[in-house]
Design a protein around this ligand. Sequence first.
Ligand code: ATP
Ligand code: MG
Length: 728
Amino acid sequence: VAPPAADYLAGLNPEQRAAVETTEGPVLVLAGAGTGKTRVLTTRIAHILATRRAFPSQILAVTFTNKAAREMKTRIGHLVGGEVEGMPWLGTFHSIGVKILRRHAELVGLKSNFTILDTDDQIRLIKQLIQAENLDDKRWPARTFANLMDGWKNKGLTPDKIPEGDARAFAEGRGRTLYRAYQDRLVSLNAADFGDLLMHPIAIFRDHPDVLADYHRRFRYILVDEYQDTNVAQYLWLRLLAQHSPERAQNGQEGVNVCCVGDDDQSIYGWRGAEVDNILRFERDFPGATVIRLERNYRSTAHILGAAAGLISVNQDRLGKTLYTDLHDPEHEKVTVSAGWDSEEEARAIGEEIEQLQRKGAKLNDMAILVRASFQMREFEDRFVTLGLNYRVIGGPRFYERQEIRDALAYFRCVCQPADDLAFERIVNTPKRGLGDAAIRLLHDYARAKGLPLLAAAADLVGGDELKARPRAALAEVVRNFERWSGLLSTMRHTDLGEMILDESGYTEMWQADRSAEAPGRLENLKELIRSMDDYESLPGFLEHIALVMDTEQNAETDAVSIMTLHSAKGLEFETVFLPGWEEGLFPHQRSLDEGGRSGLEEERRLAYVGITRGKRRVKIWFVSNRRIHGMWQSTIPSRFLDELPEDHVDVLEPSTSYGGYGAGGMGGYGASRWDGNAFSTSSYGTPGWRRAQAAGGSGGYAGGRGRAIEYGEGGVSGSDARSRASA
Ligand code: ATP
Ligand code: MG
């Protein structure tokens, strides 16, 4: 007699249940948005634990963000009825990578307390290397090289493996040399960059079969969410861990118990090296894999799903799938499309809609604004501050990236890791202590000659007489301070120590004496920094958290609208989703149009699909006729994606005059009324608004033709890049 189904299985549909209960052997769940893929993964872990197939420490589970990992852990706890003890291997590729690397750091020449370099440090370091090669760092910018190297690491390429062409293209053919020099320098700094968190473990697994065998014995179950966005390095890493091996056979495993879930239509990190082919390769890599498709969407209304399905069906490169929902309520709103004159009006109108929804009882937590490029956020932030509406920027200009926070962290890093030269350089003369360029140069030269970290070199130097009296005294004090602080690391409470460091170094005083308008805010931020350390057990633990955590930690308790990029909205859901900025050149982004090929544009369309499918009840799309980019007004044209939305599921809203107050025509003219108010009063109301707006373009409104190049710059993109790295 079959035992009664456990509670946690009760709500699942048959396919979901199969995905949960097929614990042995490889499983691929390939399914559209909102079909419960993440829920399946979570329940699967609960099932494995509840049926005692494995201990928490024997499960390796990869999520796309740290936040998703935390949520998953909480949910597993709910499902199995109680706290889950442990689950040390639940996290992002990067957070698991760092853990593995700390355990075997010496195998790649690092110590287990290595530092994780942030982008700033990385750029500074590359710049030094470029200069050391006697190259012009204006002609060969460090940032460009950082991107190149990032690309190589995403593909799992070590210096000797990078393509000839790539190596030749940068720095007069010295790309490979620089890459090598960079890696050597990192080792001497006892540091790793983000890419290394995967590259090093891959090298360790390949070169040390005994280490790999140990992990094969350890991990009985491997699970991966958002599999469509894994890049080659992540794929290689995973494949090594998920190999069939004698150790697994000893465990009695016939196939490898690996379960990946993904949706090819949501692959949105191709520009960062993600390879949707990894999904297609799954069946080849894991012969006999069970492939499960989920077709019922539990998240969105039929209108939202219909709009999203219509849009994504334009893409040619897709596996194709069916999606249906039972949420067919005639009351459900269609997806709306609205137009504004400019981005300021867009923000004002959306702010007003949010307040209206709030008055009807909706919670701010249930609303999100998803932008294509991070520069779009500022307008909303400004507006919400004016309105007094609570908002949180997810992954935005982050607290930890502020100057005063970085300085403070540099002090802490030096205390924990005295060989951290980049941190030392940052604060050795901040606040100013009379250490001039000459003294710093002398210190650098001395350190290089002796092969010492800067702090150790400084300790040496202050004993000699190379330095002039004043800088020598200043440096001696720095050395004494760091020695003392490091000595207190194990005895003093870390929050108290942190505060003490900032006081004794004169750093706090520096801002107290500062008369600028920002200074008080900076002091508050420093206080907040110390406060936030309290959640961690030690200073090193806190620093590791900062290096890894990319999502801004915001107070989850306050009711607030979320603002984030479409890229960081992956996997999330909200009752109401606002999608502003659907204009050619912004969305689809100009870069994807410039590429000319199909793939860039299709990736933009997948991003639009991700955006729409985040909505549970309400999706509100906006476009404007004018946008200010880098201080210059540009007239814009509506996104082609608007034309691709099936009309049955879309309402084109006639704007109310209350938004813009553009006289009798209101903003009925979609901004174009500024030029020709009559164009709309005489036009047929049966035509969708953006098409009418385009027609009006002929009468002078939309000066540029479709496809007109609009330079949005890279700000938004690099912003989301930084974030996704951060969230890793
Ligand atoms: P995405 O592709 O966007 O990541 P997903 O496939 O991971 O989506 P989930 O986030 O797991 O989907 O699920 C979407 C929503 O549907 C969630 O709110 C989830 O709780 C709910 N859901 C999933 N399966 C069921 C079910 N069997 N019964 C009721 N609700 C469900
Ligand atoms: Mg999901």
